[in-house]
Design a protein around this ligand. Structure first.
Ligand SMILES: Nc1nc2c(ncn2[C@@H]2O[C@H](COP(=O)(O)OP(=O)(O)OP(=O)(O)O)[C@@H](O)[C@H]2O)c(=O)[nH]1
Length: 301
């Protein structure tokens, strides 16, 4: 190929390319665009159409570039403050046909602007599924698989956060343990035991406030974090839970079957560590068990 043919060959290759390519003049009038660009932005260069016109028409028709703005003029003003200010810039942009492109803008010596884009939709989908997989794995690492409540690790983390957050004070914590759960397992089977655990989780969620933290921290042991509640209010919530549990009949095949639980409820003290707080709650729970179960033992600290 002779060197004289190079510019035409370059232009022809851009014309045929699936990657959008365009040239804007110093006044931002669209002077040349390949087929891919025209299709992407639903435009034809006519010697007058400016980049702003192009964006206005895209915004009005809902085609071409995705423009998430109610006020297109404000959007144009903001975008214009970035367009063509640097010799080169590149950014991701969304098209209404679902494609995601990586657009590069190069300012040429005479002030013209060369736009070249490539379709990065497959990359984006990869990173999206990676992001989704990451979010799913994170959720799984924080969740108790049987009940769907927070697991032990997440429960303890929620407790640490609540202890460190002044808005969570006064702060109460309850440790709850199902009564004679071993007997339930032994007499009705492990599957029935699992159903009871799931039922307890539901009763816990139904009895507590949206801001309360509910976690399963052991086999049949649960942690309830009650932010912005002094012992009195927290006691009402835990009593409500125990009352609901008494009423519950979780096994369809055993309609008479009911179960109970015991609770140790404590109010956190300033400067107290989560370990000491949980030890106090555990001691209160032990007292509730020793005193006959199906009750709450409180410790104001
Ligand atoms: N079905 C089921 N049982 C479990 C699970 N995790 C632990 N357990 C059982 O829970 C029972 C706990 O029994 P214990 O700690 O002796 O206490 P308890 O029988 O509840 O007696 P009290 O706490 O003194 O009222 C054991 O039989 C465990 O096998 C689980 O995920 N599913």
């Amino acid at each position: 190929m002779s060197e004289a043919l190079l510019p035409q060959t370059l232009l022809a290759s851009h014309e045929a390319s699936p990657n959008p390519a365009a040239l804007f003049d110093a006044q931002d009038v669209l002077r040349w665009a390949n087929k891919a660009f025209c299709e992407a932005y639903k435009v034809q260069p006519d010697g007058h159409l400016t980049w702003s016109d192009m964006m206005r028409s895209n915004h009005a028709s809902g085609q071409g570039a995705v423009i998430e703005a109610d006020d297109i003029e404000a959007w144009l003003a903001a975008t214009a403050s970035r367009r063509g200010k640097l010799p080169h810039r590149a950014f991701e942009a969304d098209l209404t046909d679902g494609r995601w492109i990586w657009m590069s803008e190069t300012v040429l010596p005479d002030g013209w602007l060369m736009c070249l884009a490539i379709d990065i939709t497959p990359l984006r989908q990869d990173s999206r599924s990676l992001r989704q997989a990451h979010a799913k794995a994170l959720r799984a690492s924080q969740t108790d698989a049987l009940t769907g409540l927070a697991n032990r690790r997440q429960g303890l983390q929620l407790l640490q956060q609540a202890l460190a957050e002044s808005e969570a004070w006064p702060l109460c914590v309850a440790l709850l343990d199902l009564d004679h759960f071993k007997q339930i397992n032994d007499s009705l089977g492990h599957a029935a035991g699992d159903q009871v655990l799931c039922d307890f989780a539901r009763q816990m969620l139904a009895s507590t406030r949206r801001e309360d933290g509910c976690a399963r921290i052991g086999g049949e042991e649960f942690l309830l974090i009650l932010p912005a509640a002094a012992l009195g209010q927290a006691g009402v919530i835990v009593e409500r839970l125990l009352a609901r549990v008494r009423q519950s009949r979780p096994l369809a095949e055993q309609p008479e079957f009911g179960y109970r639980c015991s609770a140790g409820l404590v109010e956190a003290q300033w400067g107290e560590s989560s370990e000491v707080l949980l030890q106090r709650a555990d001691a209160a729970l032990y007292r509730a068990k020793a005193a006959g179960r199906d009750r709450i033992e409180r410790d104001a600290g």
